[in-house]
Ligand binder design. Structure first.
Ligand code: NDP
Ligand code: 8X3
Length: 252
C-alpha cells in the first residue's frame, strides 16, 4: 500500500507544490482547500502523471463542523495518514495595530490557529491509532520575529511555533514526528491575498531580489519527511539568500 499525505491548502502555492512533490514520490494524497475546482483539476493531473490515488476534500478550516464532517466522511482507508502538512493559512492586511480590521484579525486567528488545531486533533488521533505519523506545521519567519504592521499575522505564526512545540511534546509518547517549517518570503498567492486582490502591490513585494519558490519549500518538506526513523527535525527556518531577517532584504 502506498503511503498517504494529507495536505491542507493544496489549491495554491506551497500546498500545491507539496502535492506535486509527494505524488512524484509515490504518495497517495488527500488534498484539501476551499476551491474545489482547483482541487479536482490538480487531482486529475497528478493521477494522470504519477498514477497515485487522490481523495479530494473541500472544506473551510475555520469551520469546525465542516472540518470534522469532511475528514470523518473519508473512507476508512484514508485514515492511515503518514504525513499531515498543516499548510492552509493566510495574512489579511498590513496595518498598524490601532488601525487593524477586526474582520482581518478574526480571519487570520480562525484560519492559522484554530483551523490548524481542528485538523490536527482529528488527524493526530488517526496517527495515534496507526502507531506512527509525521505532522508538518507551516509557520513563518513571522513566527520568529515581529515586523512593523505584521502584528496579528505574526501573533498567529508565533502561535503555530508554540503549537508545534506542544505537539512535539504531547505526541512524543505516541512515536509521532512533529516538525515546523518556517519560511521567509515565498512568491505565491500569499501577498495577493494579504492585499485583497491588489496584484500590483503584491508583485512589488518580490521585486529586486529572488524570493523562495513554493517548490523550494516542498523539497525541504520532503527532505524532512524522508529522514531515517530515528531522526526528527523539530524546527527549520528557511530564507531566500537575499533575506536575512523579516525586514532585512537586499534588493537591487
Ligand atoms: P497561498 O495563498 O498561495 O496558498 C494558501 C492556501 O491556503 C490556499 O490553498 C488556500 O486555499 C488555503 N486556505 C486559506 N484559507 C483557508 C481556509 N479558510 N480553509 C481552507 N484552506 C484555506 O499562500 P502560501 O502557499 O504562500 O501559504 C501557505 C502557508 O505558508 C500559509 O500558512 C502561510 O502563512 C505560510 N507562509 C507563506 C509565506 C510566503 O511568503 N508565501 C512565508 C511563510 C509562511 P483556498 O483559498 O482554496 O481555501
Ligand atoms: C509570510 C512571510 O514575511 O510576509 O509568512 O510575513 S512574511
Amino acid at each position: 500500500m502506498a503511503k498517504i499525505a494529507l495536505i491542507t491548502g493544496a489549491t495554491a502555492g506551497i500546498g500545491e507544490a507539496c502535492a506535486h512533490t509527494f505524488a512524484q514520490q509515490g504518495y497517495d494524497l488527500i488534498l484539501t482547500g476551499r476551491r474545489l475546482d482547483r482541487l479536482e483539476k490538480l487531482a486529475h493531473h497528478l493521477n494522470d502523471k504519477y498514477n497515485v490515488e487522490i481523495a479530494v476534500s473541500s472544506f473551510d478550516v475555520r469551520n469546525r463542523e465542516e472540518v470534522t464532517r469532511s475528514l470523518d466522511g473519508l473512507p476508512s482507508r484514508w485514515r492511515e495518514v503518514d504525513v499531515l502538512i498543516n499548510n492552509a493559512g493566510l495574512s489579511q492586511g498590513l496595518d498598524p495595530l490601532n488601525q487593524g480590521s477586526y474582520d482581518d484579525w478574526d480571519t487570520m486567528i480562525d484560519t492559522n490557529i484554530k483551523g490548524l488545531l481542528y485538523v490536527s486533533k482529528i488527524v493526530s488521533n488517526w496517527m495515534i491509532s496507526n502507531g506512527h505519523g509525521h505532522i508538518i506545521n507551516i509557520g513563518s519567519i513571522a513566527g520568529k520575529e515581529v515586523y512593523p504592521n505584521g502584528n496579528v499575522y505574526c501573533a498567529t505564526k508565533h502561535a503555530v511555533d508554540a503549537l508545534n512545540k506542544a505537539m512535539r511534546v504531547d505526541l512524543l509518547q505516541h512515536g509521532i514526528k512533529v516538525t515546523a517549517i518556517h519560511p521567509g518570503m515565498v512568491e505565491t498567492e500569499f501577498s495577493e491575498v494579504r492585499f485583497k486582490g491588489d496584484k500590483d502591490r503584491a508583485k512589488k513585494v518580490y521585486e529586486g531580489f529572488e524570493p523562495l519558490k513554493a517548490e523550494d519549500i516542498a523539497e525541504t518538506i520532503w527532505f524532512v519527511v524522508s529522514r531515517p526513523a530515528h531522526v526528527n527535525i523539530n524546527d527549520l527556518l528557511i530564507m531566500p539568500t537575499a533575506q536575512a531577517t523579516a525586514t532585512n532584504v537586499l534588493k537591487k
